[in-house]
Ligand binder design. Structure first.
Ligand code: PMP
Length: 360
């Protein structure tokens, strides 16, 4: 059976080479007579897989030794609680920039643990842009400043890295990590669920600067205490071994493709082509400020909701699946993460032209 072009926002399409490799390794990983799923997380084999994944990720992003890498469970939503519980220390306040659905979720959860100062918000404009840093009103002594680097639902992405001086910058990069280079040294902590750009669901990546460890609140669940997890190196509790193995295969593939700089070129080319098609006539519209348009989640609307629904349904019939926008946003959303090829974008554009010809 032919594979569909899957525009799902997550869990998202994975590279076919990776899936084939998983398939061939499934019953017997490298002649060891068992699947990675069946390995002890303390075995030499699994530790080899996990440390290679970490090494490759360090190389891909350029992560220096003073940043620790964790692969935990709980998803990005879990981190909305674990981050304040780990980073607040003696602080009573954390600052949040609200650019949409996922930032709102983060700051609402943080309110359980501290005073939240919403230092800037684009809510009044319908979350269609990233507030300029000159407009941010940071509090006096926040534990950190939290941003969502890419709002997956609306398709708003930071085109810049904020400068928060000595205050640690914390970023939810669930939907754009590894899609473009970034300087980790500008961040205190970066986190991302795997299921968009680097693996199946079930594993959350946390990259945390060493000096932010050791501040966890007493009530922080022990398995989500970053310091304890760092100290125990993969062995405090059972890590999500199979998702880590698949993430490792994705990292290996990204390195083989030439790393994140090369991947970014492809992502720019895909996004530019798709936005150019949206802008070509008035039939499709994107509401996001041009500079802040996401390269990963491209959202657009047809002239009315009925056409939005027909578009998604007809596309599905042609093997272009999961294009319906999130229920809070409506319209259409094409998620074009690293693993979506230009051929997939071309197939979508061909469908858009055909649809416009018939209904435009
Ligand atoms: N943050 C962002 C930017 C997301 O896109 C998502 C999931 N779509 C989440 C957080 C929540 O992730 P999870 O469901 O893995 O907790």
């Amino acid at each position: 059976m032919a594979r569909a072009w899957n525009f799902c926002p997550g869990p998202a399409t994975l590279p076919e080479e990776v899936l084939s490799r998983v398939q061939s390794d499934l019953l017997d990983w490298q002649g060891k007579g068992l699947s990675v799923m069946e390995m002890s997380h303390r075995s030499e084999e699994f530790l080899g897989i996990a440390t290679k994944a970490e090494r490759d990720l360090r190389q891909l992003i350029g992560i220096p030794e003073n940043y620790k890498i964790l692969f935990l469970q709980g998803g990005a939503m879990g981190e909305n609680a674990f981050i304040p519980l780990n980073l607040l220390g003696d602080h009573t306040t954390a600052d949040y920039i609200n650019t949409g659905h996922w930032s709102t979720k983060s700051l609402e959860e943080a309110k359980k643990y501290c005073d939240v100062n919403v230092a800037a918000s684009s809510e009044s404009s319908g979350f269609t842009h990233v507030p300029a840093q000159s407009e941010w009103q940071l509090s006096k002594d926040p534990a950190y400043v939290h941003i969502c680097a890419n709002e997956t639902i609306s398709g708003v992405e930071y085109p810049f890295t904020p400068d928060t001086g000595k205050v640690p910058l914390v970023a939810d990069m669930s939907s754009n990590i590894l899609s473009r280079p970034f300087d980790i040294n500008r961040f205190g902590l970066v986190y991302a669920g795997a299921q968009k750009n680097f693996g199946p669901s079930g594993v959350t990546l946390i990259i945390v600067r060493e000096d932010l460890l050791g501040k966890a609140r007493r009530e922080c669940p022990t398995v989500f205490n970053y310091t304890i997890q760092v100290e125990h190196e993969w062995a405090f509790n059972t890590p999500p071994t199979f998702p880590i193995y698949i993430a490792g295969l994705v990292f290996e593939r990204l390195l083989a493709l030439g790393g994140v700089t090369e991947v970014e070129k492809r992502n720019i080319a895909k996004a530019q082509k798709l936005y150019a098609e949206i802008d070509r006539t008035g039939f499709y519209t994107n509401k996001i400020r041009v500079e802040d348009r996401s390269r990963m989640n491209v959202t657009f609307y047809l002239p009315n909701e009925k056409l939005d629904d027909m578009f998604a349904a007809e596309a599905k019939g042609k093997g272009l699946i999961n294009l319906k926008g999130h229920k809070v946003a409506g319209g259409i959303r094409a998620s074009i993460y690293n693993a979506m090829s230009m051929a997939g974008v071309d197939a979508l554009i061909a469908f858009m032209r055909d649809f416009e010809k018939r209904y435009g």
